[in-house]
Design a protein around this ligand. Structure first.
Ligand code: ZN
Length: 274
């Protein structure tokens, strides 16, 4: 079965990198549409499918790009759509970057749960594996193993910060995603905040909801769970795996990875859609 949202919903707020205001609306779409973005601020904006073929850059966040149409930071919305099993929808927005909102996927989850979802006729293609598929770069990697259900396991290592080394592992169901991963907020280190500010990025008080790790303490917010940063990485991974364009049934294990490796794996896995 495929699913779409039962009704449209709209959310708005400042974006993380540019600090501009963005309003986005998620609307139901017919079976086999997939998830696609439309820039309503551009006169010519053909639908931009949320699939790995259209990833332009993975620096700091994922950027989807087709000609002059760009959509930055789609990963938290895409994670919520995958986590709550919304296969088809049209996402219109009036900026080139999605709002950061609460720094996690909770606002999206709340809206999707409020409007509900409807089943659609037509089989949903999926990705199942017969052997492992992996991508790596030095000691960083993401690997997908054959498994009977979707499970994400993630490890991070930030020596010299309060985060240290963490591992987390979750079978992804709508209930587990909503309770355990969706509330996990984006994070950074104090050193990185200073670097990015110097480059003119992360403007607009948009780190209000982020966790900021110093050497031996958290600056501002305290984490909901000791492994909240690691859970957020699993959330980002799920959002980037949405770019396969079909549900994945596999155990994905990642260590010190990021959008670059997440997207590379999504690209590799597109060939197994059936
Ligand atoms: Zn994120």
């Amino acid at each position: 079965m495929q699913h779409t949202t039962a009704l449209p919903f709209t959310l708005a707020g400042p974006t993380l990198h540019s600090g501009k205001w963005c309003e986005l609306t998620v609307q139901p779409a017919p079976a086999h549409t997939g998830r696609q973005f439309i820039r309503r601020d551009l006169t010519l904006s053909p639908p931009l499918p949320a699939v790995a073929d259209w990833v332009g850059s993975t620096q700091l966040s994922t950027l989807l790009e087709q000609g002059a149409v760009q959509v930055r930071t789609p990963e938290h919305l895409l994670a919520a759509l995958v986590g709550l099993e919304i296969d088809n929808c049209e996402i219109t927005l009036d900026q080139g970057e999605l709002p950061i909102l609460d720094g996690c996927a909770l606002s999206y989850v709340a809206q999707i749960q409020r409007v509900g979802r409807v089943a659609q006729a037509g089989d949903q293609p999926v990705v199942r594996l017969l052997e492992p598929v992996s991508v790596w770069d030095g000691d960083r990697f993401v690997a997908a193993f054959p498994a009977p259900e979707l499970r994400l396991s993630y490890g991070i290592d930030f020596p010299g910060t309060v985060m240290g080394r963490q591992w987390t592992s979750w079978v992804i169901t709508p209930a587990i995603f909503s309770q355990e991963l969706a509330p996990a907020r984006t994070f950074t280190t104090l050193a990185q905040v200073e670097q990015l500010r110097a480059r003119g990025l992360i403007q607009g008080g948009s780190l209000d909801s982020a966790l900021v790790a110093a050497e031996d303490h958290w600056v501002g917010h305290l984490p909901h769970w000791p492994d909240e940063p690691c859970r957020h990485k699993a959330l980002d991974l799920l959002g980037d795996l949405a770019l396969i364009g079909a549900p994945l049934v596999a155990h994905v294990v990642a260590f010190k990875a990021g959008h670059d490796l997440h997207v590379k794996l999504a690209q590799c896995l597109r060939q197994f859609i059936q």
